[in-house]
Design a protein around this ligand. Structure first.
Ligand code: GDP
Ligand code: ZN
Length: 451
């Protein structure tokens, strides 16, 4: 996916606007610039120019700015054309550029290709590249600020600090490996243990931050499961504090409402009601069901709702199978107002609520926030992705294992060092060092065109 040709795309959103930007990036854009405007442009100056058709007709009068490599967004030469923002006009500009840039191999950019080039030319690391997409997609003010912070490198910096600390620790270990008689001494050396403890603590705080950051970016995917009529829609309404779902006593009416988004104390919750998950011949419904399963595979939390009269409907096992590993499952018993038989009627561990009169719903909300690890909006928050969390999680596992090897004493030092190395690798994947190629393609293909 790393091609050398110059690329072009409309950088602004589709539709009418005051200004529309067309951007070209390539190793050397002098030829294309000259073909477009019959002259070279001095770098970083706004030039009011006319772009003309083959027959000399004006397409647009525009402002062109030339950025010379490496001082540009992509690290290549960049020509930015600020045109009038009409969709047809911008298409004409693109067409004319492609005509005149043909000899230089000018091609239309793929989604995220500008940012990919910025990344490949070391203008930004991968976490920062992702932050650009997250900034564009941000749905709340907090998410904007978090993405901007990540883009400025706050997240990457903490990751790099941690990698540096692990490197130092590894240097210490590897130098000891050359002198086996000192192994035990090393392991008893308080400094190494203290350092490892410090690494662990830092990693843990990064994980907490990243968990918050993922919530900030994505919200929480909450799966609401349970047999028909246990009160899923009623609970959804209660949680939302308004009428968002259709409550009805007839089973199977929640058919095309795959996802409801509500907020609980400012946290976006995307609630997937599993009521519609049944065999169907209806194409639209089948599509909805497939989307529900996709959402379930990304769940952050599952609530299994029962009521005192409900019986297992077989869906539970099926859902449990599809959940991502370690997805917490919360058992909730609804219709507590109908339970007159005392505490024995409900399973011990379960949370007891009444969607009808609201009993226990506030406690449930708190429990949900507690389980997903939301500590409220944080000063200095960053945005993060599941990918980042996975990397931190793996790094943490290796650090824990390294700790165990350290505790084992003799002959474990090599394994200790190996675990440190692996932890470091996983951290490096966050900023893009040591990243598998296919993953890179996947990340950038999710960007919008022209970015
Ligand atoms: P769903 O099929 O799981 O979405 O269930 P609904 O929310 O549509 O509720 C089914 C029926 O149970 C409706 O008649 C609700 O009014 C009733 N219901 C829901 N929650 C409660 C509750 O806490 N107590 C009582 N007594 N009835 C409830
Ligand atoms: Zn690993």
């Amino acid at each position: 996916m790393t091609r050398k040709l110059p690329i072009i795309a409309i950088a602004t959103a589709p539709g009418r606007a005051g200004v529309g930007v067309v951007r070209i990036s390539g190793h050397n854009l002098k030829g294309i610039t000259k073909a477009l405007f019959q002259k070279e442009l001095s770098p970083r100056q706004a030039n009011l120019l006319t772009l003309r058709d083959a027959d000399g007709q004006t397409i647009d009068q525009l402002v062109a700015i030339y950025f010379v490599a490496p001082a540009s967004f992509t690290g290549e030469d960049v020509l930015e054309l600020q045109c009038h923002g009409g969709p047809q006009l911008l298409e004409l500009v693109m067409k004319r550029c492609l005509e005149l840039g043909k000899n230089d191999g000018l091609v239309i950019a793929e989604p995220g290709e500008f940012t990919l080039r910025a990344y490949l030319n070391n203008k930004i690391d991968l976490a920062q590249a992702e932050a650009i997409a997250d900034l564009i997609d941000a749905q709340s003010e907090a998410a904007v600020r978090g993405a901007a912070r990540s883009l400025r490198g706050a997240f990457s910096e903490s990751i790099n600090d941690l990698i540096e600390e692990i490197t130092q620790l590894r240097i210490l270990v590897e130098s000891t490996l050359d002198f086996p008689e000192e192994e035990i001494e090393f392991l008893e050396n308080a400094q190494a243990r203290t350092r490892l403890a410090a690494v662990k603590e830092k990693l843990e705080s990064l994980r907490v931050g990243a968990r918050q950051g993922k919530i900030l970016r994505d919200g929480i995917q909450l799966v609401l499961a349970g047999a028909p009529n246990v009160g899923k829609s009623s609970l959804l309404n209660r949680l939302a504090g308004e009428e968002v779902a259709i409550v009805t006593a007839i089973a199977g009416t929640t058919r095309d409402r795959v996802k409801e988004s509500i907020t609980i104390e400012g946290v976006p919750m995307h609630i997937i009601d599993t009521a519609g998950l049944r065999e169907t011949d209806d194409l639209v419904e089948a599509k909805g069901i497939e989307r529900s399963w996709d959402a379930i595979r990304l769940a952050d939390l599952v609530i299994f709702l029962t009521d005192p009269n409900s019986t297992e409907d077989g869906l539970k096992e099926q859902i449990l199978r599809e959940l991502p590993p370690k997805c917490p499952v919360l058992e909730v018993v609804n219709k507590s107002d109908l339970i007159s038989l005392g505490p024995t009627a409900a399973p011990k561990q379960a949370i007891l609520i009444s969607a009808k009169n609201g009993d226990g719903v506030d406690a449930l909300k708190q429990k949900i926030l507690e389980i997903v690890g939301w500590n409220g909006p944080q000063e200095g928050a960053i945005v993060a992705r599941r990918r980042h969390l996975d990397c931190l999680e793996r790094a943490s596992e290796h650090i824990t294992r390294s700790e165990q090897f350290a505790a084992n004493g003799n002959n474990s030092l090599e394994l200790f060092a190996e675990e440190l190395f692996l932890a470091q690798n996983h951290l490096g994947q966050i900023t893009g060092k040591l990243l598998p190629d296919d993953l890179l393609g996947k990340i950038f293909s999710q960007f919008c065109i022209g970015k």
